[in-house]
Design a protein around this ligand. Structure first.
Ligand code: PRP
Length: 187
């Protein structure tokens, strides 16, 4: 498919077709692992909403949906590692198979906080599915069982990921032109 690239995008890192193919692969692995037991998908807002919608539509096993919204304390460029919950789960996760769905694992601070938080509620199982993974950037390593693409440490937007709330609707993952964020890279 020919993509019209947004003028603020310097380079398309992962195309729409590549994302689609990867989601098919991830969905096959998830389907094989959970089967008829099904799984509760927990999306981490806002970034994960696009990926979660496409992933869910590729799964034919029983799935339920829940969402959490979190924000990191800290400055725009440096997270303190303390996460504030803006929206908690609607459902109990005790005894359930839970799959945390993220758009990106970067420093890993968000997901490691959520892992601790959810583990305390004693789910039957708890795994991570992230479209993007900046492998090796995390202070404390943990397993991303379903990882879409391992990417280098560059700031990316699109397919749910934003800069100042923009670009989430781009159908691909791209690198912003420096002019678009006014100088120093946000990450
Ligand atoms: C992004 C992303 C992850 C988190 C990953 O969310 O959606 O939740 O950062 O970064 P980390 O591994 O360094 O913790 P963000 O806080 O930008 O909010 P958003 O999803 O609403 O865009």
């Amino acid at each position: 498919m020919t993509e019209r690239v947004h003028p603020d995008i310097e380079k398309v890192l992962i195309s729409e077709d590549e994302i689609r193919a990867k989601i098919t692969e991830l969905a096959a692995a998830i389907t094989g692992d959970y089967g008829d037991d099904g799984v509760l998908l927990v999306g981490v807002l806002k970034g994960a909403f696009v990926f979660m919608a496409d992933l869910a539509r590729s799964l034919s096993i029983p799935i339920d949906f829940d969402f959490m919204a979190v924000s990191s304390y800290g400055t725009a460029t440096k997270s303190s590692g303390v996460v504030r919950i803006l929206k908690d789960l609607d459902y109990e996760v005790t005894g359930r198979h839970v799959l945390l769905v993220e758009d990106i694992v970067d420093s890993g601070l968000t997901i490691s906080y959520l892992l601790r938080y959810l583990k305390a509620r004693r789910p039957a199982s708890l795994e991570i599915c992230s479209l993007l993974w900046k492998q090796g950037q995390q202070a404390v390593p943990f397993e991303v069982k379903y990882a879409g693409f391992v990417i280098p440490s560059v700031f990316v937007v699109g397919y749910g990921l934003d800069f100042a709330e923009r670009y989430r609707n781009l159908p691909y993952i791209g690198v912003l032109r420096p002019e678009a964020y006014g100088g120093e890279s946000p990450r």
